[in-house]
Design a protein around this ligand. Structure first.
Ligand code: 6SD
Length: 250
């Protein structure tokens, strides 16, 4: 998989790709990330990439031409990308299905916005989709781009060792993870739940399902509507709901 990133902060983007799972994927040639400094595609000697908005108002807008040229350079060297993603607060909210979809592409481009935004003609002519990572204000698209690259790269076959661990995750199944513990069995008088120490695989599995369903019900009930629960999990959910109804005096 090849990902081209266009940004005015190439070092920032590079820095965060030099660690962890993504770095390993790059080192093993499973993922190739090429970072392009937008200023290299400026058309003036000050290397400017922004200008004041037509119609007035605060802030600056990313100009068309440097972005058009950056995309042309990418097309000339790698060929037509399958997607050109613009990071923007106006985009569709990025979620796991988007990561899965992008992980099946062989080449896409990520454009990092800055300032008040980008000239609308960039959207109209070269952007194929606009993504946001959530409803909060950021100063630029670099961190969102890294979020997307991280989520996508780990889904590329071979990047995460255990394919099952990728498929059984929270946002694939629609259940939050159960609590995890590691040695020692007691730390500062806090004990690991006895069931997990028992060695009874069936009981451990049931305990984990119960905790996962309980957490999801308490913290993210919205996920349960879409969750793919097995019979045991469904029964646990019913039990918890019944307990709750009794507790509430219903
Ligand atoms: C000005 C940008 C580009 C500012 C953003 C924020 C979220 N949640 N996703 N993307 C963002 C992208 C903010 O340039």
């Amino acid at each position: 998989m090849k990902i081209d990133v266009v940004t005015i902060f190439p070092e920032t983007v590079q820095g965060l790709l030099r660690e962890g799972v993504v770095r390993r994927a790059i080192d093993r040639d499973l993922v190739e990330v090429q970072i392009h400094d937008l200023r290299d595609y400026s058309d003036d000697r000050h290397r400017s990439v922004d200008d004041v908005p037509y119609g007035g108002g605060p802030g600056m807008v990313l100009k068309c031409e440097p972005l058009f040229r950056a995309i042309s350079a990418i097309e000339d060297s790698v060929g037509l990308p399958e997607a050109v993603v613009l990071m923007s607060p106006q985009g569709k909210r990025f979620a796991h299905p988007d990561a899965q979809r992008l992980s099946r592409l062989s080449h896409f481009v990520v454009l990092c916005g800055r300032y008040e935004g980008v000239d609308e003609r960039v959207r109209e002519s070269i952007v194929t989709e606009e993504l946001s990572i959530g409803d909060y204000v950021l100063t630029g698209g670099e961190l969102p781009a890294l979020v997307i690259i991280d989520a996508v790269a780990r889904l590329v076959p071979g990047v995460v060792g255990n394919a099952r661990s990728v498929e059984s995750e929270s946002f694939v199944r629609g259940l939050l993870d159960f609590p995890q513990y590691t040695r020692p069995a007691e730390a500062r008088a806090l004990r690991v739940p006895e069931t997990l120490l028992s060695g009874h695989h069936k009981e451990i599995s049931r305990w984990r399902k119960r905790e996962a369903v309980r957490r999801t019900l308490n913290r993210r009930p919205d996920l349960l509507a879409q969750a793919s629960l097995d019979d045991e999990e469904r029964a646990i959910l019913q039990e918890l709901l019944t307990e709750r109804a009794k507790g509430a005096g219903v």
